[in-house]
Design a protein around this ligand. Structure first.
Ligand SMILES: *[C@@H]1O[C@H](CO)[C@@H](O)[C@H](O)[C@H]1NC(C)=O
Ligand SMILES: *[C@@H]1O[C@H](CO)[C@@H](O)[C@H](O)[C@H]1NC(C)=O
Length: 259
């Protein structure tokens, strides 16, 4: 009994250890996900999920607008379309380690959540807003965020990894409103299991009708009932060799629904 308890304790402390530089292993989760067809998550289930919030200076409130993936203590990955109307670094606040967020909050985030400013926004140089090609961007976090109990980094695929192979199960996560539920001011991080969908099928007339590029990833739920945007499939942009899928437990993209 004692050795088991000691071992468990060791495992927990290894995972939960504060690491200011976030250079430990990526993709460590502090809570398992549930069965995952479009449901609430618990805190720590997706420690790399960042809430990107638009800050309004006249009332000092911030409003969740996009999701992002923490890469290290200085950088996060998100979608370029998040910055179509809000391009300036001082338009944004970043909230780390959150499960439930308060929409329009004017109070500073309290631990275990962390709130940060943005130093720089880097949008893919070949991002095409009208077609959503190369819809990918980086944000530089200031001051750097420490990893800890509920904050950790997500994994990127290996350099030169090819497109994700089909069949493969992926997870999507984000703060969104469920259509069937009433509008909530405290959205909780949602997660869903999705299958990758063949690009030719996704590009066919019944689906995205020629709008899919080789830099897209298509994912949806087998019966077509869940997806990140209540459509039959969602597409998640990726940079060549930089998709966020693999080994079944990583998140894709950032937004839940197009605005
Ligand atoms: C963070 O973790 C990495 C890898 O485990 C280690 O090399 C580094 O020293 C740690 N940093 C701190 C501040 O604990
Ligand atoms: C999707 O269809 C369009 C129009 O036929 C084509 O230009 C494009 O290359 C196709 N995408 C892929 C990934 O095959």
């Amino acid at each position: 009994m004692l050795p088991t308890a000691a071992l468990l304790l060791l495992a927990v402390s290894a995972v939960a250890k504060e690491n200011a530089t976030c250079d430990g292993p990526c993709g460590l989760r502090f809570r398992p996900s549930s069965q995952g067809d479009g449901q609430d998550t618990t805190i720590g289930a997706w420690p790399w999920m960042v809430s990107l919030q638009v800050f309004t200076s006249h009332n000092h409130r911030r409003y969740h607008a996009c999701g992002g993936t923490l890469l290290n203590s200085h950088w996060l990955l998100t979608a370029a379309h998040c910055f179509v109307s809000k391009k300036k670094v001082y338009d944004w606040r970043l909230i780390f380690g959150a499960s439930e967020i308060v929409y329009g909050n004017d109070k500073p985030a309290k631990p275990p959540q962390q709130e940060r400013y943005v130093e720089k926004i880097v949008i893919h140089e070949k991002y095409v807003p009208s077609l959503e090609h190369n819809d990918i961007a980086l944000m530089k976090i200031t001051p750097p965020v420490p990893c800890g109990q509920f904050i950790g980094t997500g994994c990127l695929p290996q350099f030169r990894a090819g497109p994700p192979r089909i069949p493969q199960v992926c997870w999507v996560a984000g703060w969104g409103f469920l259509k069937e539920k009433v509008y909530r001011v405290t959205p909780t991080l949602q997660e869903a299991r999705v299958n990758l969908i063949d690009l030719d099928l996704c590009n066919s007339t019944q689906w995205y009708n020629g709008r899919i590029r080789s830099t897209n990833v298509c994912a949806g739920y087998p019966e077509g009932k869940i997806d990140t945007c209540q459509r039959r499939a969602s597409h998640v942009q990726r940079q060549r060799g930089k998709h966020l899928c693999g080994r079944g437990n990583h998140k894709l993209g950032g937004r839940l629904c197009p605005s």
